[in-house]
Design a protein around this ligand. Structure first.
Ligand SMILES: [Zn+2]
Length: 224
């Protein structure tokens, strides 16, 4: 069974020319066989695997004793350090524990991205100090997301990423619909507006940052 899965994984990665992959077990998956560091490392060997994650903590969806989540998060950080591939970190209502574990496991030596960021500027700053990028989703376009808009104004341009979190979190003016990659433009437009700069500047910076973080060749981008 394991070799069949490994084969499917290999065929998928090699046929999807424009896609890259990351290896991880999301913190929302409860009651599953826990992945070991060795398993994560093994699956991450393929050259199209550019990151470890999503991983992290989610105290919003799941309640109770979540020590297993913290342990799983630690194993992902160890796998990232072993493979030298950056982390994609999810944190929801768990910022303090997330930062503490990142510190304890020395996640700064490998770095990564705080994906779909929803925390305040203090949390953003502490993640940036640990060599992480801050990634904004469609939430930043929502009218009531005032705290997040403030973070988007303050994050240094060379630490910023944008994302869809598709199929969720479609940005205004598509809020409530199924999200898709094309809609990420609205996230960039909102951030450009908040920072009083051009869409081109945000698009270029976030594209460069993506390629730097995930060690991909730098490509130019057109926003038209
Ligand atoms: Zn997530």
């Amino acid at each position: 069974m394991r070799s069949v899965l490994a084969l499917i994984w290999k065929i998928f990665l090699e046929s999807a020319r424009l896609l890259n992959a990351s290896v991880g077990v999301h913190p929302d998956y409860e009651n599953i066989t826990e992945p070991t560091v060795a398993q994560l490392v093994e699956l991450a060997q393929h050259p199209k695997v550019i990151a470890i994650g999503e991983t992290g903590l989610d105290y919003f969806r799941l309640k109770g004793d979540l020590e297993w989540q913290r342990e799983r998060f630690r194993r992902h950080i160890r796998a990232a350090k072993a493979t030298q591939k950056p982390l994609i970190i999810h944190t929801r209502e768990a910022a303090e524990d997330t930062l503490r574990i990142m510190q304890e496991e020395d996640a700064a030596t490998i770095g990564g991205v705080m994906h779909c960021f929803t925390e305040n500027w203090d949390v953003a700053q502490r993640a940036i100090e640990m060599n992480f990028y801050i990634s904004f989703s469609g939430i930043v376009t929502f009218k009531n997301a005032l705290m997040l808009k403030e973070v988007a104004r303050k994050v240094p341009l060379n630490r910023m990423l944008i994302e869809t979190d598709s199929p969720y979190l479609a940005p205004v003016p598509h809020r409530g619909k199924t999200n898709q990659p094309a809609f990420v433009k609205h996230v960039a437009e909102e951030i450009a507006k908040l920072r009083e700069t051009s869409l081109d500047e945000i698009a270029t910076a976030t594209t460069d940052n993506f390629n730097t973080l995930f060690r991909l060749p730098h490509t130019s981008l057109t926003t038209h």
